[in-house]
Ligand binder design. Sequence first.
Ligand SMILES: NC(=O)c1ccc[n+]([C@@H]2O[C@H](COP(=O)([O-])OP(=O)(O)OC[C@H]3O[C@@H](n4cnc5c(N)ncnc54)[C@H](O)[C@@H]3O)[C@@H](O)[C@H]2O)c1
Length: 438
Amino acid sequence: MKISVIGLGKLGACSAACFAAKGHQVIGVDINQSFVDAINSGKAPFVEPQLQETITSAKGRLSATTDFSEALNETDITMLIVPTPSRPDGNFSDDYLQDALGLLARAFKTSNKSYHLFVITSTVTPGTTEKNLIPLIEKISGKKLNKDFGVCYNPEFIALGSVVKDFLNPDILLIGESDKRAGDMLAESYKNVCESNPYYARMSIISAEIAKISLNSFITLKISFANTLARICEAVPDSNIDDITKALGADRRISPFYLKGGLSYGGPCFPRDNRAFAAFASNYGIETELAATTDRVNSSNIKHVAEKIIGILEKSNCSRIAVLGLSYKRDTCVIEESPATKLIDELLKKKKIEITVYDPLAIETVRAVYGEKLHYAESIRECLDGVSLGIVTTQAKELKSIDSSCIGNSITIIDCWRQLDPARLGPKVKYLALGRWQ
Ligand SMILES: NC(=O)c1ccc[n+]([C@@H]2O[C@H](COP(=O)([O-])OP(=O)(O)OC[C@H]3O[C@@H](n4cnc5c(N)ncnc54)[C@H](O)[C@@H]3O)[C@@H](O)[C@H]2O)c1
């Protein structure tokens, strides 16, 4: 089957590479010429684990272009993976989807194809595909849904830093279909692509749109519950957050994932998908207090950690701190809604504190945003040098290795994920683990 992928960004480039590596002929399309050029020269357009290897193993099956009509005419299925930025009211904008679909539909109008499948992968506000996108294709192309073309809504459940692995090993393949033919065709395209044995969740387009944001909203609720437990454990002598969540996670009704208890969630999906869930429900007159509360709990965790830091600095009469880990999670340079940057914003707002930062991947992204407001270190040791407090905010492998060789002076270290070994930190360190009674 020939597949075109519109949008070669963080999700699109990985999806295109995976389909091609598994044997499909794939044409990628992007308005960003440098991404197109990178793919055509066999290079990953950005850093993402396993992306380069996957592009290489796709051999000659992956190419890219800026020409939408080539993508439409040369392939059977077109997947749209373009941005859907959040609007101020929490709903997603579908402007980029409409732009891309407009160009595809124009090409479709003059093509002599008997059938084409359009697949929306971008996250959308439920209702978007049927209210806006299908009518747009019909209007511009003059063709009819479920006769000349089919439409599926097929979001991916991936995390940056493990996009390729997540894409190839999903628990579920969520397929919202305009009719059985469309769903069958999409399901067939995933045959021999997934290395796991996913549950094919096939349903109406609107149900799939609701399922996508509900899933992420539910995960944020779960994370926030674990973070609340961590806050409780900090206040209760002899309690241990990790023992408690291990027990909870062993119950199949709960499961152990996203139940660690630590710093807030962040990134380009969870916060906005949870807010979109609330916005979508309120479009139908339903108030979702759960989603709003999750959002509030998540923000209050950052305030709690900021107050803890300020309290320690006031007691020691110091004002220099180190923030180690800036991306929203390990193995990515993305800092969108990252807990570390939210914490930095909170600290810069509340008190004149000097902050030195370090991250294995995200330092330049942060420099571009904060400029001279922060100091930038090139190593963990340099970041911790001369500061009275250091906070470790992500589970990056390099940060887990912090030990006495990184420490030059007396310092308090706050370990948000309880990943450091206090015995290896040496006598100069006062070790504080988030989620543990101190
Ligand atoms: N990144 C994630 O973790 C993730 C996870 C699940 C879902 N999603 C969803 O996938 C969608 C894309 O996210 P992303 O992170 O890959 O975005 P991104 O910003 O990394 O990439 C989007 C790409 O689309 C291109 N583009 C924009 N307009 C275009 C157009 N009209 N025609 C062709 N290309 C165009 C951009 O140049 C860019 O390369 C969003 O709806 C997002 O919510 C992302």
